[in-house]
Design a protein around this ligand. Structure first.
Ligand code: PLP
Length: 357
């Protein structure tokens, strides 16, 4: 039976990416060796890293604008720490927007370094919206936000204007929609949603913002070191970088971010229209802040959960259960999820209504 994978990450990747990366495990570039056993210093892998770094900047429209793309390790969670280490001056302050569990995790790490101002939070409303009215201190070292809140299904549609460096955790919506990426000074994203397997984190940083803290930064945590070593300071996650390159190449063939954004909008509209129409369900996020990547919803009558779960599982759907901290349902519709899979879910919801309304 065809499967429809709604997992929040690790999640679905394009089928052709799975096929090519599986082939590379057996025989990479006809070398007779596996991608898992070749040296990261070999000519073939250096070419992979170079192409992946360049393609990231090309797809984001950041080539020639003073940015560097890095493939690091430690997940997005490591960047919660690396960001203040590299940007927050001794005696300086950082500013953060609290829009969910991951934003709160980033705030916690920054607090270990210095004064950290939370400019606004939607925590009291169970993170069901993005705060809109707040002031960013002009003397802060940077402003940090989370573009898409994977757990709560909210997404920042308009980013605040500020003169201080803007740092953004784009783990769950990188490469999914058009933005003026040059408005961001540092973007990071765990690969395991829209790019590749877990194990590698993309960091895109404007070089000019680095080197201002006066702090002695350990090499492994120092963005400048990783830039100088061309993202090979230590052994990179070779397989994860290669698979990410395959996904980036796939995205370029689809027509890049403008083309995938259209499909993502169509998928989100289809599902949200059904959530709003169907009398058995409620969306959890405030309508104007709804995420096009993660749609969160609840059954109005929770006693129907067992029956509904059986319906979608029988249709080949997997990964629809909400995050363990919030419950309900979450449909993650990353780039590689086809529109047909969303139609299957919508049909299941309609079918369920017929017998359970
Ligand atoms: N930030 C966001 C927005 C996420 O969705 C996640 C994980 O789902 C993380 C950070 C944490 O990422 P990692 O597990 O790669 O550290």
């Amino acid at each position: 039976m065809k499967k429809h994978n709604y997992s929040a990450g690790p999640c679905i990747l394009p089928q052709e990416v799975f096929e090519k990366s599986a082939q590379a495990i057996l025989n990479f570039n006809d070398s007779g060796l596996s991608i898992l056993e070749i040296s990261h210093r070999s000519k073939d892998f250096v070419a992979v890293m170079e192409e992946a770094r360049a393609l990231v900047l090309e797809l984001l429209g950041l080539q020639g604008k003073g940015y560097q793309a890095l493939f690091l390790q430690g997940g997005a969670s490591m960047e919660f720490l690396r960001v203040p280490y590299n940007l927050l001056r001794d005696g300086g302050k950082a500013s953060y927007l609290d829009t969910g569990t991951w934003a709160a995790g980033a705030i916690k790490e920054a607090k270990a370094f210095g004064e950290t101002i939370v400019v606004a939070s939607s925590k009291e409303d169970k993170y069901n919206h993005i705060p809109k009215h707040y002031a960013i201190p002009a003397d802060a070292d940077y402003f940090h936000c989370t573009s898409n809140n994977t757990i709560y299904g909210t997404q920042i549609k308009e980013f605040p204007e500020t003169k201080i460096p803007v740092v953004c955790d784009m783990s769950s919506d990188i490469f999914s929609r058009q933005l003026d990426f040059s408005k961001f000074d540092l973007i990071y994203a765990g690969a395991q949603k829209n790019m590749g397997p877990a194990g590698v984190t993309l960091v895109v940083v404007k070089e000019a913002i680095l080197g201002k803290t006066g702090r002695n930064i350990p090499n492994i945590l120092n963005y400048q070191q990783h830039i100088e070593k061309e993202s090979m300071y230590n052994t990179p996650a070779v397989f994860a970088v290669y698979t990410s390159l395959l996904t980036l190449q796939w995205l370029k063939r689809q027509g890049g971010i403008p083309a995938i954004e259209k499909i993502n909008e169509a998928k989100a509209q289809l599902l949200y229209a059904e959530i709003d129409r169907n009398p058995l369900f409620n969306g959890t996020a405030v309508t104007e802040d709804r995420s096009n990547m993660n749609a969160t919803f609840l059954l109005k009558d929770e006693t129907q959960a067992q029956a509904f779960d059986q319906y979608w599982k029988e249709a080949g759907i997997s990964g629809l259960t909400g995050h363990r901290s919030v419950g309900g349902y979450r449909a993650s519709m990353y780039n590689a999820l086809p529109l047909e899979s969303v139609q299957v879910l919508v049909d299941v919801m309609k079918e369920f209504e017929k017998t359970n309304a």
